[in-house]
Ligand binder design. Structure first.
Ligand code: HEM
Length: 315
């Protein structure tokens, strides 16, 4: 019963993260009739002072549905945490992670209300994306701790690959946040070619960063730098995760996870490139977000398997 509750919350959190990307990207103008002019217009609108920012009003059906899903998630978070305390002996689960999950949920709710009028959009989007990702990772970990593993991994192999798995998780997290930074700064159209960017491997870029100037348009060089860094991050993440998946595929008990990581990382890379080359179709970019979350889920699964084999205890 508890496992079912956590799994349902997990699926709903995945849906909420992807739905929020869909709502945000629709607001940004992806899929609009006069693309890409609407994208430029929306980028300018977003840089109005937040106090006068009627343009930020979230009135579309996507945002209404999102807020209903989030309210339901709030109730589920209380249940996940409450039951973990009430039935902690029976579940053989420390209530630490469910409590952390509830605290994160409360933080996100408070931050969501406060940040709306006080912070620039890139910061709001990044914190929301990071929060969504953290909640998803926590829920997957809690679900896994309630399941009986079908296979076991040699403890020596588990010990060896554990730090590499966590490094992969961190790299992916950074890459996801870089993607959110591209999206929220409207930098997706800064390079429309691939593998070159503006016809060069190293285009003219400006890496200076100040959150004070968010009320003015970012220069083309700044947008290029934001977009280019996500590409370099993608290259590093793809190389590292492909290597890691190839290595863990050779370990008994981790073969399927290795294959899933490799498949998803290749899919994600191809999706990123095809989105750029085909002018950012809304469905393609939302899928890019969803695959990033699935990739994250597989890395949590890998880390859990390796961690659990060492500790041999439920977390
Ligand atoms: C492991 C590889 C990659 C990961 C994990 C990743 C992840 C992400 C994520 C999470 C976003 C934010 C989506 C959203 O919610 O708005 C994003 C945006 C983006 N990514 Fe990637 N990405 C990867 C590779 C690539 C590649 C290879 C390209 C193209 C060369 C690319 C191009 C873009 C672009 C243009 C955006 C902004 C689209 C928008 O406006 O939202 N990505 N990426």
């Amino acid at each position: 019963m508890y496992l079912k509750l956590v799994l349902a919350t997990c699926l709903l959190t995945f849906f909420a993260v992807v739905l929020s990307a869909y709502a945000r990207l629709s607001d940004a103008g992806l899929g609009c009739a006069n693309w890409p002019a609407c994208y430029e217009e929306n980028a300018l609108k977003e840089r109005q002072p937040p106090q006068t920012g009627a343009a930020r009003g979230h009135t579309s059906w996507q945002w209404k549905l999102h807020s209903q899903v989030v309210q339901l998630l709030g109730i589920l978070a209380i249940a996940v945490c409450g039951l973990s305390w009430k039935k902690r002996k029976e579940l053989r689960l420390s209530p630490l992670l469910p409590t952390l999950y509830l605290v994160l949920m409360v933080f996100m709710a408070v931050f969501g209300i406060w940040s709306f009028y006080h912070l620039p959009r890139p910061v709001i989007v990044s914190v929301h994306l990071a929060g969504g990702v953290a909640m998803l990772a926590l829920l997957i970990w809690i679900s896994l701790s309630q399941m009986t593993p079908a296979v076991t991994v040699d403890p020596v192999e588990a010990h060896k690959w554990r730090p590499f798995s966590w490094l992969g998780f961190v790299l992916l997290l950074v890459q996801i946040l870089l993607g959110g930074w591209v999206s929220s700064n409207f930098a997706a159209l800064a390079c429309t070619d691939f593998p070159l960017c503006k016809g060069s491997l190293l285009p003219t870029m400006d890496f200076s960063c100040s959150l004070d100037n968010y009320l003015t348009s970012l220069s083309a060089e700044k947008l290029t730098a934001i977009h280019w860094v996500h590409r370099i991050g993608a290259l590093l993440a793809v190389l590292y995760l492909s290597w890691l998946s190839a290595r863990v595929m050779a370990v008994e008990g981790l073969r399927k996870i290795g294959k899933a990581i490799l498949g998803l990382v290749v899919l994600q890379f191809v999706l990123g490139i095809s989105n750029v080359l085909t002018g950012l179709p809304l469905a393609g970019v939302v899928l890019h977000n969803a695959v990033a979350m699935l990739l994250l889920a597989t890395l949590v699964l890998l880390s859990f398997r390796l961690q659990n084999n060492i500790c041999g205890a439920k977390i």
